[in-house]
Design a protein around this ligand. Structure first.
Ligand SMILES: NC(=O)c1ccc[n+]([C@@H]2O[C@H](COP(=O)([O-])OP(=O)(O)OC[C@H]3O[C@@H](n4cnc5c(N)ncnc54)[C@H](OP(=O)(O)O)[C@@H]3O)[C@@H](O)[C@H]2O)c1
Length: 340
């Protein structure tokens, strides 16, 4: 399967290096010739979970340096905004019958499938955690896997072929309920990750605060209401996506066991002054909620707070969660006052 990985950052670097180290031929695309030239010199090295590998020789060019119609699979491993920008060029790189596999957080695959109706867009997501230490040097942070599937549901021969091909390098699984899986990850990103970034701390620390815990529960529930109104059946991902009402505390403990101590990636974006993926996380839930008539005041306030922090007008702090909750309670009180 002639394969191009577009974006050789944390995930693209780990996936590419592990495939190449196993002798699986993959081509790589980076943003510009300068980065390509660096990677040709350094090669790729991965340390951490899954063992160390080093690849001396890599076939890497800027995306425009790859011919059209040359690949059976393009793995799109950039951040979400870049993925939307570069997807048409990735589609042009596909041979007839080829497939595009976006692996971003958020709803990028669905958006691309709508924008590029003539392209076979697979669904993908990553439970594999990785960081890039410097160009060509990566660390795998957990024993997670990539998940692939058809956005239309079911497990096709194509999905099995892609799974088996990429599984030569990293753990890859297929699901018959890809949209459900994407939503389940989105629910956790909207609550666990974004609230952690806004609070400037881990989920374990912010849910120890009663307001932090209340905001976590209500943000999750709002996003879940949008998922269910969209007609998807969220798929189990470490925890049941629909918290059992009578066992809510036990459910939160399970979420904490899986994600409670993870440093939110969006917090790193704030710290490094990089754009966040908020428009594809809570921002997407807000747009879907508006389209479906599902109220999403908390996700709206949280997305606004992230934009404010990104502009440098506010700092991540636990107090931000309390303020969002207080403002929402004041709004609800006003609404109740008007209705009597
Ligand atoms: N890392 C993780 O552990 C992890 C886990 C789950 C999900 N995800 C998701 O996976 C996606 C990728 O994350 P990441 O951590 O791998 O991001 P990353 O380290 O920022 O890597 C993205 C790479 O894409 C490159 N890129 C951007 N535009 C490009 C273009 N036009 N052509 C070629 N390359 C381009 C970037 O290059 P420049 O540096 O030059 O911009 C960067 O090297 C995100 O949506 C993230 O949310 C990541």
């Amino acid at each position: 399967m002639r394969t191009l990985i577009v974006g050789v950052g944390a995930l693209g670097g780990v996936i590419g290096a592990r495939l190449l180290a196993r002798g699986v031929e993959v081509a790589l695309a980076v943003r510009d010739e300068r980065t390509a030239s660096t990677l040709r010199t350094t090669g790729l090295r991965v340390s951490g979970i899954g063992g160390d590998v080093a690849v001396a020789s890599v076939d890497v060019r800027p995306l425009d340096g790859w011919p059209s119609g040359a690949f059976d699979l393009v793995v799109l491993a950039t951040k979400a905004d870049d993925a939307l920008a570069v997807a048409p060029r990735c589609a042009a790189a596909l041979a007839r019958g080829g497939a595009l596999l976006p692996i971003q957080n958020g709803a990028v695959a669905q958006v691309l499938a709508e924008r590029l109706p003539d392209v076979h867009v697979l669904g993908g997501l990553s439970n594999l955690g990785a960081t890039m230490k410097s160009p060509g040097v990566y660390e795998q942070r957990n024993a997670g896997h990539l998940l692939v599937g058809e956005l239309s549901g079911g497990v096709s021969a194509r999905v099995e072929e892609v799974r088996d091909w990429l599984a030569r390098g990293v753990d890859v699984r297929a699901t018959a309920n890809m949209r459900g899986a994407i939503w389940s990850k989105l629910l956790l990103n909207c609550s666990v990750t974004t609230l952690g970034a806004v609070a400037g701390t881990t989920m374990r620390r912010y849910v120890a605060d009663p307001d932090g815990r209340a905001l976590f529960e209500r943000t999750y529930d709002e996003a879940l209401a949008v998922a269910l109104a969209s007609g998807v059946r969220p798929e189990r991902m470490l925890v049941e996506p629909i918290p059992p009402p009578a066992k809510r505390d036990a459910w939160i403990e399970q979420v904490l066991a899986g994600y409670g101590d993870v440093q939110p990636s969006m917090l790193q974006d704030f710290e490094r002054g990089r754009p966040t993926e908020i428009e594809h996380i809570n921002g997407y839930v807000v747009r879907r909620g508006a389209a479906l008539g599902v109220p999403v005041p908390l996700n709206t306030a949280i997305a606004d707070t992230v934009r404010t922090i990104s502009r440098g007008e506010m700092r991540p702090a636990l107090e931000n969660l309390r303020r969002i909750l207080r403002a929402d309670r004041a709004r609800s009180g006003e609404r109740e006052g008007l209705s009597v």
